[in-house]
Design a protein around this ligand. Sequence first.
Ligand code: HEM
Ligand code: HEM
Length: 199
Amino acid sequence: MDHSLTDDTTQNRHSGNQVTVQKYDRVTVAFHWLTAGLVLALFLIAQGWGFLDRADRAPLKLTHTSLGVVLAALILARIVWRLFFGNRLVAANTGLPSTVARLGHFLLYVLIVLQVGLGFLIGWSGRNAAINAFGFQIPSPLSAFTRDEHNFFEETHNLLAWSIIALVAVHASAALFHHYVLRDGLLWRMRFGRSLAGR
Ligand code: HEM
Ligand code: HEM
């Protein structure tokens, strides 16, 4: 179990001062960027099939549900890692900004978990009562749903998709603001690799 802090230093180009930067462990970094890539891919794929005729949408929908099942496993593993194994860093902000950042990160986890749950519910309440992932059917463990419930799951999934993307836009902007305006090296926290020297 590694709860140790991983420190490194980088140069603040604005002030010329050395800034101590802590880094997340490599597993946390891998989880972060894999989750980010999958969430964005799932969103873009779902937008993509909107441009196709209904008859041509099946491959994109199959890709969406297959990657969705991968995201489900990944987000659960990520949360377990975060709670029990990953290292913890001192907050990059203090006071209110720190609270807002923590709430924002927590909300991202909550929304993604809800979105995964809704994704399964859409499939399980649909015509086949199953999620198709990589050609395998994951049948519904729940009793039959009504058409209204199915529509509700779908509408909420769509609404959450846009909410997640909006929150991610704020999150990424805040990270870039820290890194390039405040010049505190925040992005290096989520960087692969052992050392910042010679970057
Ligand atoms: C779908 C996309 C993304 C999701 C879902 C996401 C999610 C998260 C979450 C949940 C955390 C908190 C980590 C924790 O404490 O457990 C985090 C941290 C972080 N993210 Fe993202 N992120 C995304 C995209 C990005 C992008 C595009 C950037 C860079 C521009 C970025 C930069 C960072 C940084 C630097 C941290 C560490 C912040 C800190 O230590 O205070 N993320 N991200
Ligand atoms: C953050 C991750 C995800 C995003 C951003 C996302 C986004 C979307 C969007 C925008 C739609 C279209 C909704 C509509 O037009 O009403 C959709 C549909 C759907 N999503 Fe997701 N989704 C995600 C995760 C998942 C997961 C994890 C699953 C399940 C494994 C899943 C299963 C589905 C299904 C079954 C549909 C309906 C497809 C159809 O019309 O037949 N999604 N998703």
